[in-house]
Design a protein. Structure first.
Length: 629
């Protein structure tokens, strides 16, 4: 890969350009032009090429109830069929679909035929328990083959899955169960991370005792560690007892393209998480398309996305995208620093990984580890199998990009710095490895067909070189369909009337005046981006004040952090006396009781207070907070 030193512009190598599906910027430009000339025709062509339809669609885009857009609405399909059966019909039954590496290093390889059989058994087990098309199923489980198979099983029978990250609390789990009205929960006795056994079933039990979960009729429990857990008669069942004797075939439930494939909860600027609803047809199309073009997935590739299936990255680039293309995907149970910080590099070496997709937080933490311990530096491992690197979840700073490129990619691997969201379903702005010249720290150009733009508060375009609000001007197939159960919040959150009907990403951005490349500048609402995970300040504050015995008030802001990108900074007023005196038992509030978060942000960042403080109830509190920060 060659480099333009003046602009830090990295050009794809001749070999990368020649081998890639999208070869050279001329090919990129042709796709952009095709979408501009016939937008619906462009997406229809791709939907017919990448997806197998039981009933072909005749209508592409229905805008009659905007912003509740519909794509391919009169077509029917099944996501599980597209990811499993179709590949077996193509002769890939014996090909490895999943390489599972457990926390302790044990490796299991699962072929497409084996994954289909397990998916069908789980699907039949769910049906035996009364789960039907349209029912919601919560999946609260660690990274595992059964986790992926459970998602595929729900899709197979037309049930809507909602995966909850295994690190979430009982209260968070309970809130999601109540909001979805889930009829079943799939979990495990425990999960194993970093050499430790951590509870899952016990947290499910606690969540179900908190109220609002009467919809749950069955809890299926996978035996991961075999340690004792409480089992409630009539409700809790071991997965093996329900599933292992089921048939290994299960006819797919053919669903409408707009049928909800999954719900995934993400933080908003208010306390209640938003249940992002994704469709089957449009979502699956973009998952497959971006896997094909952004990662240039080839038949011989070993693709490793390090995300958890509890996040959208794990949905799109583990459970659906690679499988829809017949790829081989790694599923990793553990953490990057156990048994040491060379774990990622050893796995790339052992499994001959060709495509590696991880978060800037992980990269920055591993940079620190490599700087202090030569034994875990990437150069100590054979990473020659790599041909493509990716970054996801947050903007990657140029220094980390350069290190990643030089030390992990050996200076030869393109880096696809991808911008997208839970709500978008797949990549929105990203380099294409055989086409786009790369600039460290920039996600470069919109994915072909995505009409991204930067506007001001009135929806008017701002000139390149000026910062503004990131929007998408036209609907696209994999976009969020609604917030589950709250269409008004959906419209208010994503399609505010002052923005001319454009989709509001919630991020600020700037477009370079010369290259026209996009760079994301951060959230424009009270949502923090910590290690690539969005966290609403109100949700964190609510969790703090829920400790009613100790906490009187709480205010949360973000501050820059070298490793996580943004760190949570909480200002907490305790009910119990503190040795620093009564005056410390206040937060920076106005006389009307409003917490002045703009001042708290300055304190958290170590910045001098230059704003007006005349409305504060107690201006002296600013000095006290600055001393304790």
């Amino acid at each position: 890969m060659s480099e333009n030193q003046d602009q830090k512009l990295y050009l794809p190598s001749d070999a990368a350009v020649k081998a890639a599906r999208i070869s050279g910027m001329a090919a990129y430009d042709r796709l952009v032009a095709e979408a501009a000339q016939d937008y619906t025709g462009y997406w229809a062509r791709l939907a017919r090429e990448l997806i197998s339809w039981k009933k072909p669609f005749t209508q592409v885009l229905d805008e009659s109830q905007a912003p509740f857009f519909k794509w391919f609405a009169d077509g029917t399909l099944n996501a599980s069929y597209n990811c499993l059966d179709r590949n077996i019909e193509r002769g890939l039954g014996d090909k490895t679909a999943l390489i599972f590496e457990a926390d302790d290093g044990a490796v299991t390889r699962t072929s497409y035929s084996q994954l289909l059989a397990r998916t069908c058994q789980i699907a039949n087990g769910l049906k035996a328990l009364g789960v039907r098309k349209g029912d919601r199923v919560i999946i609260y489980i660690s990274m595992s083959v059964d986790g992926v198979a459970a998602m595929q099983a729900c899709a197979r029978i037309g049930a809507t899955h909602s995966v909850v990250f295994g690190g979430f609390s009982a209260q968070s789990l309970r809130d999601r169960i109540e909001d979805t009205g889930a009829v079943a929960v799939i979990t495990a006795d425990q999960q194993v991370r970093g050499g430790k056994n951590l509870p899952l079933k016990a947290i499910v039990d606690e969540a179900l005792t908190l109220g609002g979960c009467d919809s749950v009729k069955n809890v299926l429990v996978v035996k991961r560690t075999g340690n004792d857990v409480a089992m409630s008669a009539g409700r809790d069942r071991w997965m093996s007892e329900v599933v292992d004797t089921q048939p290994t075939t299960c006819e797919p439930e053919w669903v409408e393209a707009e049928h909800p494939l999954f719900l995934l909860y993400t933080s908003g600027s208010t306390g209640k998480p938003k249940g992002v609803q994704h469709s089957t047809g449009g979502y699956l199309l973009h998952a497959a398309l971006t896997t094909s073009w952004t990662f240039d997935l080839q038949a011989s590739d070993v693709f490793w996305c390090t995300a958890d299936i509890g996040w959208v990255t794990g949905h799109t680039y583990i459970a659906y995208g690679p499988l829809a293309l017949g790829g081989t995907e790694i599923v990793f149970e553990g953490v990057p620093t156990y048994p040491d910080a060379g774990r990622f590099w050893k796995m790339i070496q052992d499994h001959k990984v060709t495509i590696f997709y991880t978060a800037p937080t992980a990269i920055r933490s591993l940079i620190k580890a490599a700087e202090t311990n030569e034994a875990v530096h990437p150069r100590k491992y054979d990473l020659s199998s790599l041909r493509l690197l990716g970054s996801v979840g947050e903007p990657i700073n140029p220094a980390a990009w350069e290190w990643y490129h030089a030390n992990v990619g050996g200076g030869r691997c393109p880096i696809v710095d991808t911008f997208w969201q839970t709500e978008t379903g797949g990549h929105m702005i990203t380099p294409l490895p055989g086409a786009t010249p790369m600039v460290p720290g920039s996600c470069t150009l919109p994915f072909p067909g995505i009409q991204a733009a930067i506007v001001d508060e009135t929806g008017a375009d701002v000139p390149n070189g000026s910062g503004g609000i990131l929007v998408v001007k036209k609907p696209w197939p994999s976009m969020i369909r609604t917030i589950w159960g709250d269409g008004e919040r959906f419209k208010k959150s994503y399609f505010p009337p002052e923005l001319k009907g454009y989709y509001l990403a919630g991020d600020g951005a700037i477009r370079d005046a010369k290259t026209t490349y996009f760079t994301i500048t951060g959230r424009i609402d009270d949502v923090l981006n910590v290690s690539g995970h969005r966290m609403g300040t109100m949700e964190i504050e609510s969790a703090l004040v829920s400790c009613t015995e100790l906490v009187a008030e709480a205010a949360v802001v973000g501050r820059p952090d070298d490793t996580t990108g943004e760190a949570i900074c909480a200002f907490v007023v305790l009910k119990r006396p503190r040795p620093t005196g009564e005056e410390a038992k206040k937060i920076a509030k106005t006389r009307s009781g409003k917490i002045m978060r703009r001042l708290l942000r300055s304190i958290a960042k170590g910045e001098p207070i230059t704003q007006d403080t005349s409305t504060l109830e107690n201006p002296a509190i600013l000095d006290q907070l600055a001393q304790t920060n």
